[in-house]
Design a protein around this ligand. Structure first.
Ligand code: ACO
Length: 347
């Protein structure tokens, strides 16, 4: 035996485990209440035709009950994940929640989620990368599996966007919805399966001023003035964000394909962040991927921020469209700016 391995006790050998992380369960939760474009016509100077032609969105879900926050949706997803994977809360070693609408600044929404399901053996924390939150969190979770540190990691993306949406601002109110999705990560059964590549990016210099909520943090804690100035809502320069999203999502998707020698025909599904059908179409076009392979539910749910990609994954799974060996490319773009891509082979 090599001297290096000999010097480690058996339980440390797992630290050399290079087995990739595979998704072994998926789940989502969408609140039952629907807010359609026609409903928005009653609130704002807008119309269904404008919204659909500019964004592809027809309706979105709203978590109406004021008593229910983001952690409620995480709890629903977490329960479904345990049931689907046939494991108990005790088996979960780490919970990562991606969100930009946490229940409160602290404690983390991941800790609330842990408490809802009673995952007493897990440690838990939140990740805030806005619309890229789920991909960031999935990448982080995968590292804990690859390193051998953990065998079961729960990764959830969830946002109650209605809590930060200004329903008097027609340029943003039409875009967002509430929803959550998540996965269980475990070591892949065989080499060559699971999360095989990830590229993550941030650009605060060019992104930080175009999509933001200025109130409620340490720079502008809540005051009468911050409320009067509507600083606790999303503000966005839509055109700037649109341009950056189209370029960055397409670039990272191509990078993922090139790095992994994937041709368009090798891709079973492109699972893009669901912000706007035009951004999704532009990404698919640059990749050369047939539209049948492009997952889109933006028409039904709008932009649920960290929720979009895991919601899509759970729908694909439910429709039994994911088979052993299916190549998936996941790509996202969001506030920050943050963006990224993940290549995974379904096991
Ligand atoms: N209904 C009717 N008219 C509207 C509406 C509305 N809801 N919103 C804006 N308009 C008007 C504007 O006032 C403007 O009128 P004017 O020409 O008289 O001044 C006109 O429509 C065009 O406005 P633009 O902002 O230039 O419209 P654009 O074609 O850029 O579409 C949109 C706006 C849909 C927001 C687009 O910029 C976009 O999708 N950006 C990306 C934003 C996004 O998805 N952000 C989410 C977070 S980041 C992410 O997830 C990728």
């Amino acid at each position: 035996m090599n001297i290096l391995l000999k010097s480690f006790p058996n339980n440390r050998k797992t630290a050399f485990n290079r087995m990739k992380a595979a998704i072994t369960a998926t789940a989502n939760y969408l609140p039952p209440d629907i807010l359609s474009n026609h409903d928005l016509e009653l609130l704002l100077d807008t119309n269904d035709e404008w919204i659909r032609s500019r964004t592809g969105i027809s309706e979105r879900r709203i978590l109406k009950d004021p008593e229910k926050a983001t952690s409620y949706m995480c709890g629903e997803v977490a329960r479904k994940l345990l049931e689907k994977r046939q494991i108990t809360a005790d088996d979960v070693e780490l919970i990562i929640v991606a969100t930009m609408t946490p229940d409160m600044p602290f404690p983390s929404t991941a800790c609330f989620t842990q408490s809802i399901i009673g995952a007493t053996n897990a440690w838990a924390f939140d990740v805030n990368a806005a619309c890229s939150g789920f991909l960031y969190a999935l990448n982080i979770g995968a590292r804990f599996i690859e390193s051998g540190a953990h065998k079961k990691v729960m990764v959830i993306g969830a946002d109650k966007m209605s809590s930060v949406t200004d329903f008097t601002d027609r340029s943003t109110a039409i875009l967002f919805g509430d929803g959550a999705g998540g996965v269980i990560l475990e070591p892949a059964k065989e080499e060559g399966y699971g999360i095989l590549d990830a590229r993550m990016y941030s650009d605060g210099t060019n992104g930080k001023d175009h999509l933001l909520m200025t109130g409620g943090g340490s720079r502008h804690p809540a005051t009468y003035e911050t409320i009067d100035k509507r600083m606790h809502y999303i503000h966005q320069d839509g055109r700037q964000v649109f341009k950056a999203a189209v370029t960055s999502m397409a670039e990272v998707a191509l990078e993922i394909m090139n790095r992994n020698n994937l041709k368009a025909e090798d891709v079973a599904y492109l699972v893009p962040h669901q912000a706007n059908q035009r951004i999704i179409d532009a990404t698919a076009e640059r990749m050369g991927v047939d539209e049948k392979k492009v997952v889109s539910n933006v028409a039904r749910y709008g932009n649920t921020t960290a929720g979009t990609i895991p919601i899509c994954l759970a729908e694909l799974d439910e429709q039994q469209k994911l088979h052993t060996g299916s190549n998936l490319v996941l790509v996202s773009f969001g506030a920050g700016y943050t963006w990224g891509g993940i290549y995974l082979k379904w096991q």
